[in-house]
Ligand binder design. Structure first.
Ligand SMILES: Cc1cc2nc3c(=O)[nH]c(=O)nc-3n(C[C@H](O)[C@H](O)[C@H](O)COP(=O)(O)OP(=O)(O)OC[C@H]3O[C@@H](n4cnc5c(N)ncnc54)[C@H](O)[C@@H]3O)c2cc1C
Length: 476
């Protein structure tokens, strides 16, 4: 079948449950279908706002299982969607006509402390990798949230607290094991299936179902990390000062600033519950080695000083073990219903700050939990040597707006608020955005430069000619 003839959701007649029973008999993993008692739990994404209604949910245990599922999908004109957590479930749509392949059982974390690499199964979460590496005095380029999946994060790029000194996490991937959309079980690396290796590193889940990933790790035990918290009433002053600091700050620092309206949730510490803040958090890399802590953090303390001089009400920056960096950003520890979206910004001039404050500052009546701006640039701006399809990140800032959306009505209200933030800053948008922060369906031209997109599409024809694999951000 060609890409033009690929199955669309409208052309698919639901398969009888017996067909999936036959699939179940052929694999080690678990198949769940709409009549099953566990159906709602099986189809549920991390983002509870996503109402995923696939034809079946399969939890494979092995790469061989994945191969069987892809063959079954081909025989029955279905598509396959891989998902480790469902953090990026929102742009996928309702998943009719697709088998949802949940990868949690593709586990395993193998640390090679001599080669300084780790091989992880595609269903592994960042928190588990970080903890396993910490036991060896090692660190990988994890993002802010421990319960984000390694696979989706790395296939999209991967922005860690070391991003401005070490670049995108995906540029440190050394091998990817995958069952391609055409059913072949492949290993992609610099010297094997090199075009697929290039495409997977940034091309998202468009090429197949990844079963394991190997990446470089670093002998980094700790960093100077934490949060500075100010009342939201000081948003203008603090955002203005941070923008001017962030533009020229040392590349050792990767930070984020957020205008926060926290819900009155019992799981939050009392002083945060229901309160409004502007917070700066992140990490500053420090010298590793045997020196005294005060000496090792001296440069980081100097880097942070201009922000500290603003006089935060809370200052938690300290020398922190790498294994605890997942606590810094206080991301939700489990599934939540959310609507969010983001865009890369070339600059954050006074006019942009004013527009953001109008929508989310202290005088705004905003339904948004957070309007966040991450500091990018530094090593992120430089294409990585031998990098993949996403080997750098445009712009100096990465904007992301998000709100909690427990009902469809609230979701619609939050959606219009996130759109308003993106629209208000449109004059400063970079040419392309970071795919992992785009949580709405966007044209692929917004995610990749033209030459990259042409090459990604050629690789798609080579490895998934029937467009069997459905991804959060399709490139066709
Ligand atoms: C609270 C929160 C914090 C975040 N923090 C950061 C951060 O600090 N830095 C950052 O860079 N990003 C961050 N993100 C964005 C995050 O990287 C993306 O949402 C990412 O896609 C999540 O990966 P996942 O595997 O958990 O999600 P999933 O929704 O499971 O996967 C996302 C997509 O990846 C593809 N995919 C997943 N697994 C496979 C597989 N085995 N084979 C093939 N394709 C696959 C699929 O297309 C899937 O739709 C954050 C998101 C949230 C919600």
């Amino acid at each position: 079948m060609t890409i033009e003839e690929s199955p669309s959701s409208s052309s698919v007649t639901p398969l009888p449950a017996e067909a999936f029973a036959e699939l179940y008999a052929r694999i080690d993993g678990v198949v769940t279908t709409p009549g099953d008692a566990t159906w709602d739990a099986a189809r549920q994404a991390w983002n509870l706002s996503a109402d995923q209604q696939p034809e079946a949910v399969v939890a494979p245990r092995t790469a061989e299982d994945v191969q069987v599922v892809i063959g079954f999908a081909e025989a029955n004109r279905l598509r396959v969607v891989a998902q480790s957590t469902g953090h990026l479930a929102a742009p996928l749509g309702d998943l009719s006509g697709s088998i949802l392949l949940r990868t949690a059982a593709l586990s395993g974390i193998d640390v090679d402390s001599d080669a300084l690499t780790v091989r992880v199964g595609a269903g592994v979460l960042w928190g588990d990798v970080t903890a396993a590496l910490a036991e060896h005095g090692l660190m990988a380029l994890a993002g802010s949230s421990p319960d984000v999946g390694v696979a989706g994060y790395l296939l999209g790029g991967g922005l860690s607290w070391f991003a401005r000194s070490r670049g995108l996490a995906t540029s440190h991937v050394t091998a990817i094991e995958v069952v391609a959309g055409d059913g072949r079980m492949l290993r992609a690396a610099a010297d094997e299936e090199s075009e697929l290796f290039w495409a997977l590193r940034g091309g998202g889940g468009n090429y197949g179902v990844v079963t394991a990933i190997t990446m470089r790790v670093f002998a980094v035990r700790d960093a100077y990390a934490g949060m500075l918290l100010f009342p939201l009433e000081r948003a203008d002053e603090v955002l203005t000062a941070w923008e001017s600091w962030a533009r020229d700050a040392d590349e050792a620092a990767t930070t984020s600033i957020r205008l926060l309206r926290l819900p009155p949730l019992p799981e939050l510490p009392e002083f945060l519950r229901g309160q409004r803040f502007i917070g700066i958090d992140g990490a500053i890399a420090v010298a590793q080695g045997a020196g005294a802590a005060a000496e090792r953090v001296a440069a980081a303390v100097a880097t942070l000083a201009p922000l500290r001089e603003l006089g935060p009400m809370i200052d938690s920056f300290e020398l922190m073990p790498a294994g605890r960096l997942g606590e810094v950003h206080m991301d939700p520890p489990g599934p939540v219903p959310g609507v969010g979206d983001g865009a890369n910004l070339d600059e954050l001039p006074r006019a942009a700050i004013e527009r953001i404050l109008e929508l989310a500052g202290p005088d705004a009546d905003s339904p948004l939990l957070a309007v966040e701006i991450r500091q990018i640039g530094g090593a992120l701006a430089v294409p990585a040597a031998d990098g993949g399809a996403v080997d750098s990140m445009p712009g100096r800032f990465l904007l992301y707006a998000v709100g909690i959306a427990p009902t469809p009505e609230v979701a619609a209200m939050v959606k219009s608020a996130t759109t308003a933030v993106l629209d208000a800053t449109r004059d400063w948008h970079s040419g392309v955005d970071y795919i992992n922060f785009r949580e709405s369906q966007v044209a692929p031209e917004r995610l990749y430069p033209a030459a990259t997109l042409t090459r990604l599409r050629a690789a798609k024809k080579q490895y998934d000619p029937a467009d069997r694999i459905r991804s959060a951000h399709p490139i066709l």
